[in-house]
Design a protein around this ligand. Structure first.
Ligand SMILES: C[S@@+](CC[C@H](N)C(=O)[O-])C[C@H]1O[C@@H](n2cnc3c(N)ncnc32)[C@H](O)[C@@H]1O
Length: 622
């Protein structure tokens, strides 16, 4: 094991340092520091006794170390601490919340210079000071030290909170305010443990190159889908929870039906071939569009970005010369620019059904399974995602067998989903969710409804995780009938592991995948707790002629905020009594699930959002 380096800042009487040094093994080294100079501690007998203990053990002690300027205290070769402790930070007796927040902010910003890559910052705070829900009772945010928001300024996220027990550190006696002998009240104190967050740059749209019909094209991810294309979660080598779940599902289905897995193509689709979509399932107008540019360069990077290359086998791309794209108003636009083509990202795997059932080797009675990512513009809501993974089951059978085949498939699926959603976890707790196939008014189709209690006590959720379609009149073939089952794997995974924020499924942070061990299902515990929320209102005048597209409003918000907006709430509509001009007002709440987000970053996103809606949606911000 590599040696661990620990740094203590803001020590008072060095009683914590002395106690800690006695618990360390030979692999760990401790540097204990305080801001005071030796003369200031000369008259403190407790401090002198502890300093003697530390010297006897050979512990490094440094005086005059300002924890807001740590780079000044350590030479570049002497930095990279694995753990930095600041117990009960305080600026002094008269300092209020604002001053102490500032101390925390500057301390966290200074940690950046001396914290190792996988290092931790431990900050013990008195009951209520932190301002997170971990404090019981929780103090009002504006009255607290807002520790998670201050840590975000240093790019740190809160990864754990534990009770801080002075008794657990024998001999530790918390010092009071600077130059005072009175001790702090430490009952109910919490130790806040911070770790590095991934930088925001990771979620910038990426550039891809794709070979279609012998020609290379390049394109960039739509901004609202940054980080969502070509992630390979369903590849055989992946240990993503989506893949774990899909494999369980397929293995179980295979116990009753002969099945065949189909290779899923890259999700780009040409404009043709959309007619097979049941209109209630795939709305092409809320699809994401991609601009492909002919790319004959040999370069592996464009604007400094590494280009991800892939070959696609969809032959239909040779038809890309058809430069027509439908608009929301139903009219068609001719693109006509040579070397460019507009394609769309599939919003459902149902687009592939016709090709599959018309293939010469399609066998009735076998279950065909296709799994892949799909994309669709949607409102910003907790359980609605613009990108997710779908598993599609296709079963064909003769009309005469309909009364047997369909109930058999549905029964079997209910059993599988029930067993996935209701199980005893390794910590002894039980997951409890119930699955129901709810018939639709046409009596042929069903939605797969789950009532789940996996998101915490007092938090029952009703979610639709998929659908069963038996009435697709546009997909007919000989005298056969078909049943199609579509399952949203991301939603299913969220329910199974009790993950309440879908965005974390897409994180680039390796700590996420480490939470999932093959064969074990444990409730998911995030490595980013109580991330700060920032609220901004926006109101704008509408352009009467252009109207207002709320879905686009949400999509622009998603793109500009790099998916850091967790909710958009409509606050009201106002019509000017004289001009009759209409204005709308919305409340945007920014919160990330796994990255440090600061007030300043949000303010700049919000001002960018004002500009973008003006440009793209033709509204006039007030
Ligand atoms: C309430 S005392 C806690 C002392 C000690 N950590 C303990 O647990 O007993 C707050 C401490 O924060 C220290 N402090 C305040 N500002 C500091 C700074 N900029 N750099 C280092 N220490 C600071 C004070 O000197 C004081 O010792």
């Amino acid at each position: 094991m590599a040696p661990r380096r620990l740094l203590l800042v803001g020590e008072g009487n060095f009683s914590f340092a002395a106690a800690l040094s006695e618990t360390l093994d030979s692999n760990a080294s401790l540097t204990a520091t305080c801001i005071q100079h030796p003369v200031e501690l000369a008259r403190d007998p407790v401090a002198q006794k502890n300093l003697l203990r530390l010297r006897e053990r050979g512990t490094e002690v440094r005086f005059g170390v300002d924890c807001t300027q740590l780079a000044n205290a350590f030479e570049p070769h002497d930095r990279k601490f694995d753990r930095i402790y600041f117990n009960f930070p305080h600026c002094g007796r008269k300092a209020g919340v604002a001053k102490n927040r500032k101390l925390l902010a500057k301390f966290f910003q200074s940690c950046v210079d001396v914290l190792a890559e996988e290092g931790e910052v431990h900050v013990a705070l008195c009951r209520g000071q932190g301002g997170t829900p971990a404090d019981k009772p929780q103090r009002e945010w504006h009255n607290s030290w807002q520790v998670v928001a201050m840590a975000a300024l240093g790019g740190l996220i809160l990864s754990d909170v534990l009770p801080f027990s002075c008794e657990a550190v024998p001999g530790y006696k918390c010092t009071g305010y600077r130059s005072q002998d009175k001790s702090f009240r430490t009952e109910g104190a919490l130790n806040h443990i911070f770790t590095w967050s991934l930088p925001f740059e990771g979620s910038q749209p990426r550039v891809f190159r794709i070979k279609l019909g012998g020609q290379w094209f390049s394109f960039s991810e739509p901004k609202a889908l940054a980080g969502k294309l070509n992630r390979g979660f369903l590849e055989a080598s992946s240990c993503h929870p989506i893949q774990i779940l899909n494999e369980k599902l397929i293995v179980e289905l295979g116990t009753t039906f002969p099945f065949k897995r189909l290779k899923c193509s890259f999700p780009l689709l040409p404009l043709k071939g959309t007619s097979v979509l049941p209109s209630w399932n795939c709305d092409i107008l809320s699809s994401f569009w991609i601009n492909l540019h002919e790319d004959n360069s040999d370069s592996e990077s464009l604007n400094g970005e590494t280009i991800q290359e892939m070959e696609d086998f969809l032959v239909s791309f040779s038809e890309l010369s058809l430069h027509k794209s439908p608009r929301r108003d139903g009219k068609e636009v001719h693109e006509g620019i040579s070397g460019q083509a507009k394609v769309w990202l599939r919003s459902s795997l149902l687009v592939h059904v016709q090709a599959i059932i018309q293939a010469p080797d399609f066998l009735p009675g076998s279950l065909y399974i296709l799994s892949g990512p799909v994309f669709q513009k949607c409102h910003i809501l907790p359980f609605t995602m613009p990108a997710f993974h779908e598993t599609l089951l296709i079963l064909g059978f003769n009309q005469s067998l309909k009364d047997n085949c369909l109930p058999s498939l549905l029964n079997h699926l209910t059993g599988i989903l029930d067993s996935l959603l209701t199980q005893t976890l390794s910590d002894g707790s039980t997951l409890s969710s119930s699955v129901e196939f709810v018939p639709q008014p046409n009596r042929n189709d069903y939605i797969i409804h789950v009532k789940s209690h996996n998101f915490g006590p007092d938090c029952a959720k009703d979610l639709i995780i998929g659908s069963v379609i038996t009435s697709v009149t546009s997909i007919t073939h000989k005298d056969q009938c078909f049943v199609l089952v579509s399952i949203n794997l991301d939603l299913l995974a969220m329910i199974v592991w009790g993950i309440s924020d879908w965005r974390i499924l897409w994180t680039f942070d390796n700590r996420f995948l480490k939470k999932f061990l093959p064969g074990e299902i444990e409730p998911f515990k995030s490595y980013s707790l109580y991330p700060p929320c920032y609220v901004h209102d926006i109101s704008f005048w509408l352009d009467e002629e252009k109207g207002f597209d709320e879905l686009e409003f949400h999509t622009v918000a998603r793109a500009v905020s790099q998916d850091t907006i967790i909710s958009i709430k409509f606050l009201g509509r106002f019509q000017h009594p004289k001009t009759e001009q209409v204005s709308l007002c919305y409340r945007l709440t920014y919160q990330t699930c796994d990255k440090a987000l600061t007030q300043q970053q949000v303010a700049s996103m919000q001002s960018q959002f004002r500009k973008e809606i003006q440009q793209q949606l033709h509204v006039i911000p007030r």
